[in-house]
Ligand binder design. Structure first.
Ligand code: DX5
Ligand code: ZN
Length: 232
């Protein structure tokens, strides 16, 4: 059981705005440009783009051409979440398509240090994602080399799943680790995030909330984004 987050980290968190990253997997692809414009106007801070290969996860989504198209429509930073085996083969293609963050799964990278180095060589920000069952300990040796830790709060592959509450403890562990080292690292949470649990996730120490269904399936994107951030 992890204790409370040390006060200094909480202060730091309070000073920065919680960032909201709409996951376009839940958007209406028949009018993607309009969907992106709407979340941009509603105050999104970055866009979360889910790439799935049908191997690491059962679903298949989209690849570099769609990322490139989205990049033409928006000024927002793009976090490309690579739910694919052997992501190192595609880093350059996604970077060339406009990815700002390249986020790979620890579970797909037996040589993670090398993959992080390749992301850095491409001058992108390095993200690493952990599945819900992957313990926090496994990423500790790499934390000082990355910009973003993406904690999955559903099993990756599909939008619209239910948040797994045990991930809250992992968020606290990560926040505590960061705080004790006085470094900065974005802690993103992805899957089943909505107005019903956002406050708890932020309280645990998350700095970025990735959310698909709770934004794109809502009637008012600004209201949805504000309520995730706790501004209502
Ligand atoms: C799941 C994806 C998530 C997903 C989130 O594999 O990585 O980013 O799109 O969707 P919601 O918010 O609907 O759970
Ligand atoms: Zn995702």
């Amino acid at each position: 059981m992890v204790g409370l987050i040390p006060v200094n980290y909480k202060d730091q968190l309070n000073k920065q705005k919680i960032k909201i990253a709409p996951s376009i997997l839940a958007a209406d692809f028949s009018c993607l440009r309009e969907e992106i414009r709407k979340v941009e106007e509603a105050g999104a801070d970055l866009l979360h783009l889910d790439v799935m290969d049908g191997h690491f996860v059962p679903n298949i989504s989209f690849g570099p051409p769609i990322v490139k198209t989205i990049n033409r429509f928006t000024q927002l930073p793009l976090d490309v979440h690579l739910m694919i085996k052997r992501p190192e083969r595609y880093l350059k293609a996604f970077r060339d398509s406009g990815a700002d963050y390249l986020t790979v799964h620890l579970e797909t990278c037996p040589h993670l240090a090398e993959v992080i180095r390749q992301i850095r060589d491409l001058k992108a920000k390095a993200g690493v994602a952990l599945n819900p069952q992957t313990p926090f300990n496994s990423i500790i040796p790499f934390l000082e080399a990355i910009d973003l830790l993406l904690l999955m709060s559903v099993n990756p592959g599909f939008g619209g799943q239910k948040f797994i509450p045990s991930v809250l403890e992992k968020i606290k562990e990560a926040a505590q680790w960061v705080s004790q080292r006085k470094i900065w690292l974005e802690i993103a949470v992805d899957g089943g995030v909505g107005p019903q649990n956002a406050a708890q996730i932020i309280e645990a120490g998350a700095t970025i909330l990735a959310a698909g269904t709770s934004i794109f399936k809502s009637a008012d994107y600004k209201e949805a984004i504000d309520s995730l951030r706790g501004q209502r």
